[in-house]
Structure formats: structure tokens, C-alpha cells
Write a protein that binds this ligand. Structure first.
Ligand code: ATP
Length: 297
């Protein structure tokens, strides 16, 4: 690797919800930085770990054998303290104490907001790598982990469909995505679902009822409806798990009990698809190139 450029010290962390492919991004960022002869430090457990001064130097070997692993080897967390002025000031002081010139964060929109808030107090470079299964970050068409999450949900629905078909059942399958319907839409398309309900539009109960009853009239004994976790009948009062509420309302109207399956966190984990590994690697490398060019924010 030649002589170290001791002048440039870079720190990396993962923040918010974990997503498959974050490891590929961290691995690429760390190794690209080492290639540039930068000194690289890993911060454990996101902004929470930064506030606890949980920071150590990383070598290329620390990033070995992780490209195929879900989750993140640096751990991740959500931090309430980091959202306060005092927390941000403390985080900046810790980064300065370690003489960190640039902070690179892989995470979702909340993590990016946190990074921008930090830059009010921390004068080093800040660069974000979009990593969340939700694919809900403006300014990029894709966020690391989305492809794997969709694939996992589609595989689960393929299994549920066997039961739906054999028993002549209707299933409402709830998928993740927070306030975004991106996962739900892709999962519905890829699994050939009968209908999909997303947060971006108020669920049209009547339309779903018509679709399901028409299908039944045509002799279709089963149906799969994908429900985004953020789909809500009343935006002012969102419910924890809308699939149960919608299944009850719609089930009553069609006179048939509707089964609900909430896929939950299984969508967040697992081995990243090749797409997420490649995208993670490319964006991790890009982050270091931005830093090299002196860019920030
Ligand atoms: P995902 O979308 O996958 O859940 P995320 O990055 O959006 O990931 P969040 O929990 O929204 O996850 O954000 C991660 C962390 O970023 C928060 O726990 C908090 O510490 C920090 N953060 C979010 N918003 C702000 C803000 N406005 N100011 C300071 N810190 C923030």
C-alpha cells in the first residue's frame, strides 16, 4: 500500500436500519480509502457509538469475508442523544479529538439528516452512502438493500401462494418500507399479486372489494394482496399494522375471512443479492472519490 498519508483520516459508520449490502459498501469505502493511503477508522453502532467514543482503526483484513453477509459488521443504531444540539456538539468534539478529516455514513434518510445537522458543528467533510431497504432517499434512484428485501418478500409470497391456492384463501401480506410504497409495488409486480395498497394513496376499499369479488365470480379461489406497512386509511391516525385493519374491513364486505401475514424483519436481513453487493461496492468506492475531490454534504 506504500506510504501512509497520515494527513488524511477518514471515519466510517453505519446508521439507522440495517440493510443487506451495507457491508459491501463499508468494505469498498475502507479499501478504497486505504488505497489512497488514508488512515481509516470504524465507528461502532452508528451515531450512538460515536457519542460513546467507540472508534478504532481499521485494516483491509477487518473487511474480509463480509461482502456476502447481511447486516453490518460495524453494527448500527438509532440515537436520540444525537438529535440534540448537545449531542451534535459532543459528536463533533469527538471527531475533532481523533483528528477525523472526513466522515462517511451509510444509512437512510434519517441518517442523512443527522449528517447534515452534524455538519453545522463538524467542519470536516461529510459524505453519505444511501443504504436502506426502503429506497426512499431523494436524489438517487436506488438505495442499497432494496433488491434483496424485494427478493426475500417475493420468495415468501411464492410460498404463501401455494397455501392460498390449495386452500382457496385470500392473503393480505404486509411488507416493509416505512412511508414509502416502493417495496410493496415491486413485490406486487414480481409476485403477480392481485392488488397492492401503498402509503402514497389512500386505500380504495371499494376497488379492492370489487376486484376480489370479480375474481371469485370468475372461479378464482385465491388472492394475494400486498399491503405496505405505511398504507393507512387515516393519515392522522396511522395504525401499527394496517394489513390487519384492512383485512378485517374488506373481509367483512366480501363475506370471507382474510388471512394476514406480516413479513417483518426477515426482509431486512439475509445474504445480499449480487445487485446489492455490486451497488454497495460502487457507492462505497464513490464516497471515497468524493472525499478525494474535496466534496462535502
Ligand atoms: P432506515 O430508513 O433504514 O430506517 P434511517 O437512516 O432513515 O434508516 P433513522 O432512525 O430515521 O433511520 O435515522 C437514524 C439516526 O439518524 C437517528 O436515530 C438519529 O440519531 C439520526 N437523525 C435522524 N434525523 C436527525 C436529525 N434531524 N438531526 C440529528 N440526527 C438525526
Amino acid at each position: 500500500m506504500g506510504n501512509r498519508n497520515e494527513d488524511k483520516r477518514i471515519a466510517v459508520l453505519a446508521s439507522g436500519g440495517d440493510s443487506p449490502g451495507m457491508n459491501a459498501a463499508l468494505r469498498a469505502a475502507v479499501r478504497a480509502a486505504l488505497w489512497e493511503h488514508y488512515q481509516v477508522f470504524g465507528i461502532q453502532n452508528g451515531y450512538e457509538g460515536l457519542l460513546l467514543n467507540d472508534i478504532r482503526e481499521l485494516t483491509s483484513r477487518d473487511m474480509g469475508l463480509i461482502i456476502n453477509q447481511g447486516g453490518t459488521v460495524l453494527g448500527t443504531a438509532r440515537s436520540a442523544q444525537f438529535q440534540t444540539r448537545e449531542g451534535l456538539q459532543k459528536a463533533a468534539a469527538i471527531l475533532n479529538e481523533h483528528r477525523i478529516d472526513a466522515l462517511c455514513v451509510v444509512g437512510g434518510d434519517g441518517s442523512f439528516r443527522g449528517l447534515m445537522a452534524l455538519s453545522e458543528f463538524y467542519k470536516g467533510q461529510v459524505v453519505g452512502i444511501p443504504g436502506t431497504i426502503d429506497n426512499d432517499i431523494p436524489g438517487t434512484e436506488y438505495t442499497i438493500g432494496f433488491d434483496t428485501a424485494v427478493q426475500t418478500a417475493v420468495e415468501a409470497i411464492d410460498k404463501l401462494r401455494d397455501t392460498a391456492l390449495s386452500h382457496g384463501r385470500i392473503f393480505f401480506v404486509e411488507v416493509m418500507g416505512r412511508k414509502s410504497g416502493q417495496i410493496a409495488l415491486s413485490v406486487a409486480l414480481a409476485s403477480g399479486a392481485e392488488d397492492v395498497l401503498i402509503p402514497e394513496e389512500r386505500p380504495d376499499i371499494e376497488a379492492v372489494v370489487t376486484r376480489l369479488t370479480k375474481g371469485r365470480d370468475r372461479g378464482k379461489r385465491f388472492a394475494i394482496v400486498v399491503v405496505a406497512e405505511g398504507a393507512t386509511l387515516d393519515a392522522a391516525h396511522p395504525v401499527e399494522s394496517p394489513a390487519f385493519q384492512l383485512a378485517e374491513i374488506i373481509g367483512k364486505q366480501i363475506g370471507q375471512h382474510i388471512r394476514v401475514s406480516v413479513l417483518g424483519h426477515i426482509q431486512r436481513g439475509g445474504r445480499p443479492t449480487s445487485f446489492d453487493r455490486v451497488w454497495g461496492s460502487r457507492t462505497g468506492d464513490a464516497a471515497i472519490r468524493f472525499i478525494k475531490q474535496g466534496l462535502t454534504g
